[in-house]
Design a protein around this ligand. Structure first.
Ligand SMILES: [Zn+2]
Length: 279
């Protein structure tokens, strides 16, 4: 058994963030239509902060739940809740994230390259352009499509999970949207437009920060060699500082996040395709 390098007491102190992130996101969505109706500029400011900050934060905490790093939170339940709040089907990330760690910085990383190596250059460029414009939402759609149609995932992918996810997305957005409409008497367009924008900007920033760490990076070599090439942002410029801040500082510590699996033995959840890793 590998030695755990972060004391359990320190990890346990992080538990409150999981509850606050969920609560703050729901409050944010409730207030956003009001801010948008006061002034579009105010709406945009809130979309950047706290909007993007909370969006990427929930993505990060979803990741932490997957690994079960913080022992005193209901990781399985929170993983599902974060997935639904981010408008994804929990099973997609649950099944694919192990591939990212096992095959990082190679075409076999199915989370980042769900189609594998696309042989036709034009199609590769087209997917890249969509990723740049739409963000991580494009990858999630492609991941879902590939899993539904791949023999490898046929026995693992459950249509019921996707249907439940669609129901959850609809239910929570409609309920909060209705509450905001009642409270602030805003038109439906004043709810739909800022909601679409906030998910789009969140999707963009989350994916662009991932592109900084792994984009266009294909390394041949063993697991350690591939991990060590993972990029970080240099935080000396103001733009870099902002871009590090928005995804909750994650990109400053990417290298640690990628390599800490060697030191923290809580690795891969049940059902993962990559439960055993070779170091
Ligand atoms: Zn991970």
């Amino acid at each position: 058994m590998l030695k755990q390098s972060i004391p359990e007491e320190l990890l346990k102190r992080e538990a409150w963030k999981y509850y606050v992130a969920i609560f703050a996101w729901l409050i944010y969505l409730f207030l956003l239509p009001w801010a948008w109706s006061c002034s579009m500029a105010l709406g945009f400011v809130l979309m950047v902060f706290p909007g993007v900050y909370l969006f990427t934060g929930m993505g990060f905490l979803m990741h932490e739940c997957w690994h079960r790093y913080v022992p005193n939170v209901p990781n399985k339940l929170f993983f599902q809740i974060f997935s639904w709040l981010l408008l994804t089907d929990p099973q997609v990330y649950r099944l694919l994230h192990g591939s990212h760690h096992a095959e990082v910085n190679s075409w076999e990383d199915l989370e980042f390259h769900p189609f594998g190596r696309i042989k036709i250059r034009g199609l590769r460029i087209l997917l890249n352009i969509f990723e740049l414009i739409v963000g991580i939402a494009v990858l999630v759609i492609v991941q879902t499509f590939v899993m539904m149609n791949s023999a490898r995932f046929r026995n693992r992918f459950k249509v019921s999970s996707l249907l439940i996810a669609i129901f959850m997305w609809t239910a929570y957005l409609v309920l909060i949207g209705l509450a905001a409409q009642r409270a602030f008497l805003v038109p439906v367009s004043g709810i739909v437009i800022p909601y679409v924008l906030t998910f789009w900007i969140g999707s963009l920033v989350l994916h662009h920060s991932q592109l900084i760490e792994h984009g266009n990076l294909f390394v041949s070599g063993d697991w350690n060699e591939r991990n060590i090439k993972t990029r970080n942002l240099d935080p000396r410029g103001w733009a870099e500082k902002l871009f590090i801040f928005l995804p909750m500082g994650i990109r400053r510590n990417t290298f640690f996040i990628m390599c800490c699996l060697q030191f923290i033995p809580v690795l891969f959840p049940e059902g993962s395709l990559y439960r055993r890793m070779q170091y």
